[in-house]
Ligand binder design. Structure first.
Ligand code: SF4
Length: 393
């Protein structure tokens, strides 16, 4: 892949445009380029995008409406004491911003998303809607067999939607492309962990997020271009502390929240944003039965998160300790969407793990349209100062 010549600015400007675009113009343009093209949307946090790609369709990540979407209709479908992402996603649908979407996958993460899949079916009966369930039993003969069947059913649904079969060879080719995407994302995260002043999280986030709307081939090139440009930037390191950001895997915080944490003196060196691209921690074998390979990867080579059942009390929350060690972080900032059961129920268990090894942590809640960042900045700034003053040996 060729290196860019004009620094990170034009790459980030493109990513920002994609981030700001609530009409999904790039996905609309992709679809309009050929008459038989289909777009299949999905919600956080994991679906096997390889299947959609192998069907010749565009996987489109929908991460809510963000801070610039006024929710008017969406509020009528949900009570007020739940997170905002289902309401803003409904707003996107009802206002016609997703009228080009042919299919919509609602992955198993919580009751809110499951219920949204039912509402979507009622509101948009012409759209192929599937609640995509994943196993919480990680034994091959139990959860593995179940998941193989789930993937096969999704495959059949996409074949009906596209009017043509998805052959194994196409699926293997798609797996290889997404393997490359995952490798590049791992490299991007490693670059940030090693030199966060060259690849700050407010930028890494935008680069990763572009992968929610771009075809994977374009996203692979974009990540490679960004890393090449970032490595050449002349940016001096700051006297910041290093933190892990946890809990941001579904409804997204405003970008200004990430910037506020950075401006308060923290380098975010690991996070759980957009896990769909990093769910599988290793290459999926590109030979053999591709469906079984995808299922086995989910069971045995996938990221730990609150969305996965961990039966071992001893291992519960170990991933946050591993994340601290691997990224060299000194503390954890828990940020979770208000009313987010998966993130907020996990938090006390993670805090307890951290307390046992004397790792400092703070926590707060947000909504995708939170506007006031001064409290976040003050809290994160005090946290950074306390780490620098008292935690450094
Ligand atoms: S933000 Fe949390 S509660 Fe809301 S839909 Fe996502 S996982 Fe479920």
């Amino acid at each position: 892949m060729s290196a860019p010549s004009r620094g990170t600015a034009p790459i980030l400007s493109r990513c920002q445009d994609l981030f700001d675009d609530l009409d999904f113009k790039s996905a609309r343009a992709w679809k309009a380029a050929a008459p038989d093209r289909r777009v299949v949307a999905y919600m956080p946090i994991y679906v096997p995008r390889e299947l959609i790609h192998a069907a010749g369709m565009l996987p489109l990540g929908i991460l809510g409406g963000g801070e610039n979407l006024e929710v008017i209709h969406g509020d009528a479908y949900y009570q007020s004491y739940i997170c905002r992402i289902p309401r803003s996603t409904l707003e996107l649908g009802i206002t016609g911003r997703l009228d080009f979407v042919d299919g919509f996958l609602f992955p198993s993460i919580c009751d809110v998303i499951r219920n949204l899949s039912g509402i979507w079916k009622l509101l948009f009966p012409k759209v192929y809607v599937r609640y995509f369930d994943v196993p919480q039993n990680f034994v091959d003969a139990v959860g593995g067999e179940y998941y193989v069947q789930e993937i096969r059913e999704l495959r059949e649904g996409l074949e009906r939607l596209g009017g043509r079969p998805i052959d194994d060879e196409a699926l293997r080719a798609s797996i290889a492309l997404y393997n490359q995407n995952r490798r590049l994302l791992r490299e991007l995260y490693a670059l940030r962990a090693k030199t966060p002043w060259l690849a700050p999280t407010s930028e890494v986030y935008l680069v990763a997020r572009a992968g929610m709307v771009l075809p994977v081939e374009e996203h692979n090139q974009l990540i490679a271009d960004y890393m090449a440009a970032a490595r050449e930037e002349q940016r001096p390191p700051k006297d910041n502390c290093r933190v892990v950001l946890n809990g941001v895997f579904c409804e997204q915080p405003p970008l200004n929240l990430v910037k506020a944490i950075e401006m308060a003196g923290c380098y975010v060196v690991d996070d759980d944003f957009m896990l769909v691209g990093r769910w599988l921690t290793d290459d999926v074998p590109a030979e053999g039965d591709p469906v079984r390979n995808l299922a086995a990867a989910f069971l045995h080579r996938s990221i730990e998160t609150s969305a996965k059942y961990q039966p071992s009390l001893a291992l519960k929350g170990q991933y946050i300790i591993d994340s601290l060690r691997d990224s060299g972080a000194e503390g954890v900032i828990f940020a979770a969407p208000s009313f987010c059961d998966p993130a907020l129920l996990e938090r006390p268990m993670l805090e307890s793990r951290l307390d046992k090894v004397d790792v400092p942590h703070i926590g707060f809640k947000y909504a995708e349209n939170s506007g006031q960042m001064q409290p976040v900045r003050e809290q994160a700034g005090t946290f950074a100062d306390s780490i620098k003053l008292w935690s450094t040996p």
